[in-house]
Design a protein around this ligand. Structure first.
Ligand code: PEP
Ligand code: MG
Length: 626
């Protein structure tokens, strides 16, 4: 944190001593593995943001006075503002004998750790493991040697325990906040939060008690809210949040989203000048707080909320019905699921099967590859959980953004253009063969299993991979299973008519197809937002893939993020895609969109989209769908 590292920075780590090499390797493993998970989370968040952008927003008809911030958690809230004047009491400076002071700080830190462990446990039960991790990370801050050293130095200089601790926290938090990085500034808020907890343990009169006695139906305005405050909010009373500082990636914002509380951040200091009790409407989606709204604004907001609620209930109620358009055209809707324990929830969300199991996730977050037996057990468990519904397993897609440290693959300057997916599998039989053996053994159970290869660029790759499959299948006396490929490289899309002859199905990976077609790194901090899969260039590649597949009677699916965007799903259906595979939480709204549409109209709309010259123009077509 204190190095102010940003994404993509290169870090040199050195160590000495007899176990230096092993330690360095372990540390490098921790660092790169964390990145893999974080990048996946970031990609999912970006997809979600893209989907949200395409939704219609509420607009107040009467143009009331507004405070603008950044969207942190969607939804509307109508209530009265309550301004939280945080402010700690003045911290007294009462020096103690050094040994006594040391003991006191030690005891306060131990108490706080225990309190955070309890909070993490409660939060895990109430909100989930990811949210609980916030408090585990806060507990780590308590072991920061700089923090402890600075506090002790100040005590040695003759200052009191509470004063020294508070100074140390403030100085380190200021340092983090001054690095000019939104992520690190958010960690400064974590440090202050945990610092306040320790203060309350050193001296109970310094306990922050600001969140008691909140009025009902209040939109809470604060300079910044700590994660502990947010997790502990009484959602029977607080219906929305707006902070003057903070960023959309802060833990406060994450918690607000999990709690389903509409929220905005970075509203500026003006927020705190609003009088307590002022009537307001908070629009978390747009990141706006409207003050003293008129009757028309209130009525429109209430109507909008009621409509959203109704829409959600309707979608939820119909999630298990087939995705059949009003004029009788059906599309299969499947889920992207990686683990057997997630299957039941996906089926409950309306999934008709699993359209993409990303098996590289079985290889991440661990120190060695799962062997054939372990993989066999996992695939078998997936099939069992699916109870006869289809499962498409994608073989390892390592490389690009998904690096596995223990495989010791050579460093590449452009990993997305390098040894990725099928290219790697063909060179690393030690990875491919156990996986294929495990898959064919699982197929012997007779349930519907398909194998899919990622990052295919040429027919040569398909021929070699199919040859290996057939060899293993015969050896194991296993049944023939459908073999398909991901279409995620423009070369595969443009050659679809040639490739279709040799495979049973295509599944289009629009996340990668978009990045390769538009030459935009899907994780680029500034450009990724422009990598819109509804860009007409990408749609034309999809169109070409569908046409190529049709020449040989093959079916085409889409398993990239755009399949879970209701408008995207409508266009893909119009283009003739047969299957859509998505995150389970997107299924209800995609099915609702398709069930409310006419295929003839979608086909017409898709033709118009192919004729557009930008993604914006394509998205504007949304207004033509009722
Ligand atoms: C894709 O590229 O769209 C895809 C589904 O694969 P992944 O996101 O795992 O690269
Ligand atoms: Mg991909």
């Amino acid at each position: 944190l204190q190095l102010g590292l940003q994404r993509g920075d290169r870090l040199v780590v050195s160590a000495e001593g007899s176990d230096a090499a092993a330690l360095l390797q372990a540390l490098q493993g921790v660092m790169t593995r964390l990145t893999a998970q974080e990048q996946t989370d970031a990609a999912l968040a970006a997809q979600k943001a893209q989907a949200q952008r395409s939704e219609n927003n509420w607009q107040p008809p009467g143009h009331p006075l507004e405070v603008a911030g950044i969207s942190a958690s969607p939804g509307l809230a109508i209530g009265q503002v309550h301004v939280l004047t945080h402010g700690l009491p003045a911290i007294p400076d009462h020096p103690l004998a050094l040994a006594e002071a040391g003991d006191k700080l030690h005891a306060a830190l131990a108490d706080t750790r225990a309190e955070l462990a309890k909070l993490a446990e409660d939060t895990a039960q109430r909100l989930g493991n990811a949210e609980a991790a916030i408090f585990k990370a806060q507990a780590e801050l308590l072991s920061d040697t700089d923090l402890i050293t600075l506090s002790c130095q100040l005590m040695v200089e003759g200052h009191g325990v509470a004063w020294s601790w508070h100074q140390a926290v403030e100085r380190l938090a200021d340092r983090l906040a001054a690095l000019g990085n939104q992520l690190l500034a958010a960690r400064a808020a974590d440090l202050r939060d945990v610092g306040r907890r320790v203060l309350g343990k050193i001296d109970p009169s310094l306990q922050a008690t600001t969140l008691s006695d909140l009025p009902d139906n209040c939109i809470l305005l604060a300079s910044d809210l700590s994660p502990s405050d947010t997790a502990g909010l009484d959602t029977n009373k607080v219906i929305g949040l707006a902070t003057a500082q903070g960023g959309p990636t802060s833990h406060t914002a994450i918690l607000a989203r999990t709690l389903g509380l509409p929220a905005l951040v970075a509203g500026g200091p003006g927020l705190l000048g609003v009088a307590n009790g002022t009537a307001a409407i908070l629009d978390g989606q747009a990141g706006r707080l409207y003050l003293n709204p008129g009757e028309a604004d209130l009525k429109s907001a209430r109507d909008w909320m009621a409509q959203q609620q109704l829409r959600k209930e309707r979608e939820e109620a119909e999630r298990s019905l087939p995705a059949q358009t009003r004029d009788g055209h059906s599309v299969e809707v499947a889920a992207n699921v990686n683990r057997p324990d997630q299957v039941a929830a996906a089926i409950a969300a309306g999934a008709e099967g699993v359209g993409l199991m990303r098996t590289e996730f079985l290889f991440l977050e661990r120190d060695d590859s799962p062997d054939e037996e372990e993989q066999f057990a996992t695939y078998q468990a997936m099939l069992q959980a699916l109870e006869g519904r289809p499962l498409i397993v994608r073989t390892l897609d390592i490389g690009g953004d998904k690096q596995v440290p223990y495989l010791n693959l050579p460093h590449e300057e452009n990993p997305f253009l390098g040894m990725r997916g099928a290219r790697l599998l063909l060179r690393r039989r030690d990875l491919l063969e156990p996986q294929l053996r495990a898959l064919y053994r699982a197929a012997r159970g007779g349930q519907p299993l398909s194998i899919m290869f990622p990052m295919i660029t040429s027919l040569k790759e398909i021929t070699r991979l199919k040859g290996l499959c057939e060899g293993i299948r015969r050896e194991l006396n296993a049944p023939v299973v459908p073999i398909g490929i991901m279409v995620e490289v423009p070369a595969a899309a443009t050659l679809a008519d040639k490739l279709a002859e040799h495979v049973d199905f295509f599944s289009i990976g629009t996340n990668d197809l978009t990045q390769y077609a538009l030459a935009i790194d899907r994780q680029h901090p500034e450009l990724a937002a422009e990598a819109d899969s509804l860009h007409p260039a990408v749609l034309r590649l999809i169109h070409q893939t569908v046409q190529g597949a049709a020449q040989h009677g093959r079916w085409v699916g889409v398993c990239g993020g755009i399949a879970g965007d209701p408008f995207g799903a409508a266009l893909l259906t119009g283009l003739g895609v047969n299957e859509l595979s998505m995150s389970p939480r997107d299924i209800a709204s995609v099915k609702a969109r398709l069930r409310g549409s006419d295929f003839a109209k979608l086909a017409d709309l898709a033709q118009q989209a192919l004729d557009c010259d930008s993604a914006e123009e394509v998205r504007a077509l949304q207004s033509l769908l009722s």
